[in-house]
Design a protein around this ligand. Structure first.
Ligand code: PLP
Length: 421
């Protein structure tokens, strides 16, 4: 079996083990006299046939699958290698969450996002949505209100409702092609039954990287009303165009008191099939203990071996693969944005500041949502996500997943041009 290098021991050493970008490359170049060629090629098509891929399983008759949020790229070679090395041991018994996991996450969040995190604050989390659901159960009662900001990831509303809580919408304001939070709306909305706010940071589907000031203001308002903030930061490792992701609990003291962050390497390293690969950051000790007890009561605190191995590998290696991936995604986004600027089809692409999902504003077409979706799926033969599924403000929009080789983007844009001209 072909092997590549996994930096052993880096995890145990924690934050200080995170090499600055480019350090490993320079090290290798120093040894061999020439920089090693990158061991990845994002242009290469990835064969997902026979892998039970949800994304591709739903595509029929040559449709391009550009919907659910996973990418058509292999994961980083150092993550695959670590998983393979662990498999080679052939022993797959119950596994605890080792110190290396906490060190890896604390080191990554501190180093990559400039947010100092005490390893005590870090916990294993059984997937981001499952973790949010457990937060609803641990910190709210049936009938309590939980605020969401649509258009937003549909699984927030879905599970708040399924768990007997009441989702309350504070729609974002969309002006001059940009979204912002409606703080006045929020102040009006909060009442005695409002117990929590679900933040999408960065925001899916609109691709917003929330700035520090916005998050600190949010923290102040929520704290004043006794509302906790559950922050979904699953797309946080994919901040683009040199911009920064701000983990919520690091933006102010108020945010640290009321914030619970849930995130993981699943989006950035394309590990979604390793279900349950996530972590929590909860600075406040009482809340941390309560959350931990909740997971324990539901037997959700035992990780799979593979989630632990993959997380440590992803978060302790020099992020060279991730940086290259981000440059590639920026190229795909530029292509899509330019295409809609150059072709007068009545569709505008809102450039995401993070991740691989492009929010397309199709309102100028004036089509009913069903007809809009039919035009994409039947005329253009592209499967993408229906904007209306993300709640208020999503009507007239669709979400396009550009996490794929550029050749697929070219084909999709050609199909869109034919279908909408
Ligand atoms: C904002 C957001 N949160 C959570 C998830 C799913 O996370 P998990 O698979 O860890 O439950 C997704 C997947 O698309 C997402 O976009």
């Amino acid at each position: 079996m072909k092997r590549r290098t996994f930096i052993k021991g880096a995890a145990a050493a924690g934050a200080s083990a995170l090499l600055p970008a480019g350090a490993l490359g320079s090290l290798l170049a120093g040894c061999t006299g020439a920089p090693a060629p990158p061991a990845w090629d994002f242009d290469a098509p990835v064969d997902r046939s026979g892998t039970w891929s949800i994304k591709h399983g739903r595509a029929k008759d040559g449709q391009l699958a550009m919907w659910i949020a996973d990418m058509d790229f292999k994961t980083a070679p150092y993550v695959s290698d670590a998983l393979q090395q662990r498999m080679d041991r052939d022993v797959l018994g119950y596994t605890s969450t080792p110190p290396e996991f906490y060190d890896a996450v604390a080191g990554w969040v501190s180093g990559q996002h400039g947010c100092p995190v005490d390893r005590e604050w870090v916990g294993y989390a059984p997937g981001v949505i499952t973790s949010l659901n457990q937060a609803y159960l641990a910190f709210t009662e049936p009938g309590d209100k939980i605020v969401i900001q649509p258009p937003v990831y549909d699984h927030f509303r879905l599970y708040i409702e399924r768990l007997g809580r009441v989702p309350v919408e504070n729609p974002m304001i969309f002006e001059d092609g940009r979204y912002r939070m409606d703080f006045e709306g929020l102040e009006r909305l909060f009442d005695q039954r409002t117990k929590a706010f679900v933040l999408c940071n960065p925001h899916n589907p609109c691709g917003i990287l929330w700035d520090k000031e916005t998050l600190a203001t949010l923290a102040d308002i929520c704290e004043r009303h006794g509302v906790l903030v559950f922050s979904d930061e699953i797309h946080g490792d994919l901040a683009l165009y040199g911009r920064r992701h701000y983990p919520f609990c690091g933006v102010s003291e108020a945010a640290a008191r009321i914030g619970l962050v849930f995130a993981g390497p699943t989006k950035a390293f394309n590990l979604a099939g390793l279900s349950g690969t996530a972590y929590s950051i909860i600075p406040d000790r009482e809340k941390r203990e309560r959350y931990k007890a909740q997971l324990g009561n539901q037997k959700l605190d035992e990780p799979s071996i593979f989630t632990i191995v993959a997380t440590i590998a992803a978060y302790t290696h020099e992020p060279d693969w991730l940086e290259a991936l981000k440059r590639y995604l920026e190229g795909n986004i530029d292509k899509v944005v330019r295409f809609f600027e150059d072709n007068n089809l009545g569709i505008k692409a809102i450039r995401p500041e993070a991740s691989f999902l492009v929010w397309l504003d199709c309102r100028a077409l004036g089509l009913p949502q069903d007809e809009l979706m039919r035009r994409f799926s039947e005329d253009a033969r592209i499967l993408l996500n229906n904007g209306a599924s993300y709640g208020t403000g999503g009507e007239g929009f669709v979400r396009l997943n550009i996490g794929c080789p550029a050749s697929v983007i070219d084909e999709a844009l050609a199909r869109i041009k034919r279908a909408f001209t």
